[in-house]
Design a protein around this ligand. Sequence first.
Ligand code: GRF
Length: 190
Amino acid sequence: MKNLAVFASGSGSNFEAIAEAVANGELKANLKFLFCDKKNAFALERAKKFGVKTYAFELKEFASKAEFEEKIVEILNEEQIDMVALAGYMKIVSDTLLSAYENKIINIHPSLLPSFKGAHGIADAYNYGVKVFGVSIHYVSAQLDGGKIIAQQSFPYVEGWTVDEVETEIHKIEHKIYPQTLKKLLEENL
Ligand code: GRF
């Protein structure tokens, strides 16, 4: 079985969906740890519930981003991680981490890439008036939300939906598509 690590900065609902899929045997992988770059991230509470090991430290504790990422790489090596799934990890991944784990870091983004990159993908798409929303899973590259797309799922806008209703639908899809995509990558080596 492959060794998986998840990185999150906030709520961690996607982490939970992955942990759930591992716990119920849908996703056959070793979920070795959750890393949070925010010590108060709610995701850490979710990890406790699932008995998943956690690491939590913040960029400000290090002299530079490179040193921060060197520490992360050290842990990834120690834990023999095969794949990193970013799930609401709100930091740009820099060269130290990218070059050590090339093509082994994936991310979920709440829009149909390449449209609506960045931290406000849902609100940006909503305010633009798009009629087809969606979710993308992609390899992480040096370009923000810019790596090759692995999976996408779209859904039509229902007239009258608020941005919150769109967001709820997006999360529903995310929680299905992320474990499914990890299954393909980790079990079938796609
Ligand atoms: C998700 O919408 C994900 O697409 C984006 O950040 C959000 C994280 O949500 N990258 P959560 O922390 O998994 O609940």
